[in-house]
Design a protein around this ligand. Structure first.
Ligand SMILES: N[C@@H](CCC(=O)N[C@@H](CS)C(=O)NCC(=O)O)C(=O)O
Length: 209
């Protein structure tokens, strides 16, 4: 499989974790987002959205990190990253939505660049925007996890799922932007459990420069 990747992309980081958990060998093709390589013509032909990640499997292109992770889960069924229990699966999808639909997109590079270049916000205002939406999202996720009797060593139960695959890269973003998260006790415990898993640590941006 080929992963069009960028080491600091948290959406690509999700897919690296899933590939590692599934023990799938893959080749990385870097797409340098800072240099604007996502908008090169050849890349846009593969992914008209101009975003990473993109997965190529046997000539088939799969777009969007969550769709890619679900594809991988269907292709290589063990270990499963999607709970079999209907209620746990619903909880997993809720967490995936909180992170991948509500926190991540509004803090994406192209949104931040639009704020700076087109709306004219200052560097400080741009940082405040990022910090605000990150904390609004993570604090409500912390409450959600604390209130659930399904939360265990990981977001749902005692095995990592797609929820954790979304959570860990989001926490990396928070750390990168120096946003304090120590007060989020349940989230920090889950983070530390994930960090002990080789599939997560090998997917970390520092290991993929
Ligand atoms: N919903 C997409 C989001 C992908 C995405 O936002 N990727 C970011 C990096 S994390 C990107 O390619 N940004 C390029 C840009 O903003 O120009 C997914 O889950 O794959």
């Amino acid at each position: 499989m080929i992963l069009y990747d960028y080491f600091r992309s948290s959406a690509a980081y999700r897919v690296r974790i899933a590939l590692n958990l599934k023990k799938i060998a893959y080749t990385q093709i870097p797409v340098d987002l800072v240099q604007g390589a996502q908008r090169n013509r050849d890349y846009l032909l593969k992914n008209p959205q101009g975003l990473v990640p993109l997965l190529e499997d046997d000539g088939q292109l799969i777009h969007q990190s969550i769709a890619i992770c679900e594809y991988l889960d269907e292709k290589v069924t063990e270990p499963s990253i999607i709970p079999t229990d209907i209620n746990e699966r619903a909880m997993m999808r809720s967490i995936v939505g909180m992170i991948a639909s509500d926190i991540h997109p509004i803090n994406n590079l192209r949104v931040l660049n639009y704020l700076s270049d087109e709306v004219g916000v200052t560097g400080e205002q741009r940082k405040a925007w990022y910090r605000h939406w990150m904390l609004v999202g993570l604090e409500s996720l912390e409450e959600f996890l604390s209130a659930s009797n399904k939360t265990g060593d990981f977001s749902i139960g005692d095995q990592p799922t797609l929820a954790d695959i979304c959570l860990i890269p989001q926490l990396y973003n928070a750390q990168r932007f120096k946003i304090e998260t120590d007060q989020l006790k349940v989230i920090k415990r889950i983070e530390s459990n994930c960090q002990n898993i080789d599939a997560f640590s090998r997917a970390h941006p520092d290991e993929n420069i």
